[in-house]
Ligand binder design. Structure first.
Ligand SMILES: [Zn+2]
Length: 375
């Protein structure tokens, strides 16, 4: 009688079960499970996609944070990269934001913003992200004395260089911090006007509860009058009513997150009817306890209801995965089919701010990929 060593990996990819068995079927289970998962990871990695919900300050990984801090002669309160990584456990959005703002303090020069942005684009390109729409938070920097120009010029130069080097296209979305007042947002909008050509839209992020979209109605009106498109985080921790407010008061073209829309039947009907995109971020939702288990994530229901949902990484340096890891984790947790995954990738282009011809070309690339990778 032979004995077989088996290793079974949980669907969430977080646990392994190792043992020895006389039953060859256990070995077969292992083989089939791993083969299926590896095939899925490879399929997702090669799939052309866009990323639409990505905070550039949330891509500042610990290694880069330490490197930039050293260059700028800034003391970090953690002794090493490992010690810093150990504190990346959050009980809610605010808990994460405290660390996020602390991390961003190392960013001082145009070179810092360039290097952070370049590093993300290099990673995204390696994951077959062909187009991305990137958030940046100027107030996080201008409030500590960094010039608006320093921030935007560093980021923008990296976008231009990455387009030339990797062919990845990118657009910038300037977010207002919703825990600050509207006057501060208006001042930021005025600072952005000389750089209008570099920014496609304005958005709303940071601490959601207690800071409803209606608080920013005037600044969003001003931004729209200047020709900016609008998006807003809504329904992540906040109620479905905040999503209504973003639609009605801010005239958004996309809702970022939108999970709690699922609690309001009329809102779901409205989002489906208008095909309003939702930029969903599974690993972020898990890390910030918006869901306590990815198996309970509403994404599958959203797809079944024909909502225009997309997969994104939000703040990948803090949440344990870039866009492909988000696709893989949610595909495993919810048993998504390859057809559903391809639909999510097509949605990512459909929901983007590319023009119609560009969208069509990108979606054709997905169809070509499907043609050569059995779906
Ligand atoms: Zn976000």
């Amino acid at each position: 009688m032979s004995h077989y060593l088996y290793i079974l990996q949980s669907k969430s990819l977080s646990k392994f079960n190792i043992g020895i068995s006389e039953n060859p079927e256990r070995r077969l289970d292992f083989h089939n499970t791993i083969t299926k998962e590896i095939q899925m990871i490879k399929f997702i990695n090669g799939l052309p996609k866009a990323e639409l919900h990505l905070h550039i300050e949330g891509t500042l990984n610990p290694e880069l944070m330490f490197k930039i801090a050293k260059r700028n002669k800034i003391e970090i309160k953690y002794k090493s990269v490992d010690e810093l990584k150990k504190v990346y456990h959050f009980s809610n959005l605010q808990d994460f934001l405290n660390l996020y703002y602390q991390g961003a303090e190392v960013l001082r020069t145009e070179e810092d913003f360039y290097e952070m942005t370049w590093s993300y684009l290099e990673k995204a390109s390696s994951q077959n992200v062909l187009h991305c729409e990137i958030f940046f938070d100027p107030q996080t920097h201008t409030n500590r004395g960094i010039k608006f120009e320093t921030v935007i010029n560093g980021i923008h130069k990296a976008l231009t260089d990455a387009k030339n080097d990797f062919g990845i296209s990118a657009k910038l979305i300037m977010c207002f911090l919703r825990d600050l007042d509207e006057d501060s947002a208006i001042k930021t909008l005025q600072e952005a006007l000389p750089h209008k050509d570099k920014i496609i839209a304005v958005g709303l992020d940071s601490a959601e509860i207690g800071n409803p979209p209606s608080k920013f109605k005037n600044v969003f009106n001003l931004a729209r009058n200047e020709g900016f498109l609008t998006v807003a985080h809504a329904g992540e921790e906040g109620p479905a009513n905040y999503v209504w407010e973003a639609l009605e008061h801010l005239n958004v073209s996309r809702i970022d997150h939108g999970n709690n829309s699922m609690n309001d039947k009329d809102l779901i009907d409205q989002l489906v009817k208008s095909q309003m995109p939702l930029t969903v971020c599974p690993l972020s939702n898990l890390k910030l306890k918006v869901v306590d288990d990815l198996k309970k994530h509403p994404l599958k229901k959203m797809i079944q209801k024909n909502l225009l949902v997309t997969i994104n990484s939000d703040d990948p340096a803090y949440f344990g995965g870039y866009v492909n890891e988000n696709y893989t984790a949610i595909a495993n947790a919810l048993d998504l089919s390859k057809e559903e995954i391809c639909k999510l990738a097509k949605n990512s282009f459909q929901a983007s701010f590319l023009d119609d011809d560009q969208k069509e070309r990108m979606i054709e690339k997905i169809d070509e990929y499907i043609g050569t990778h059995q779906v």
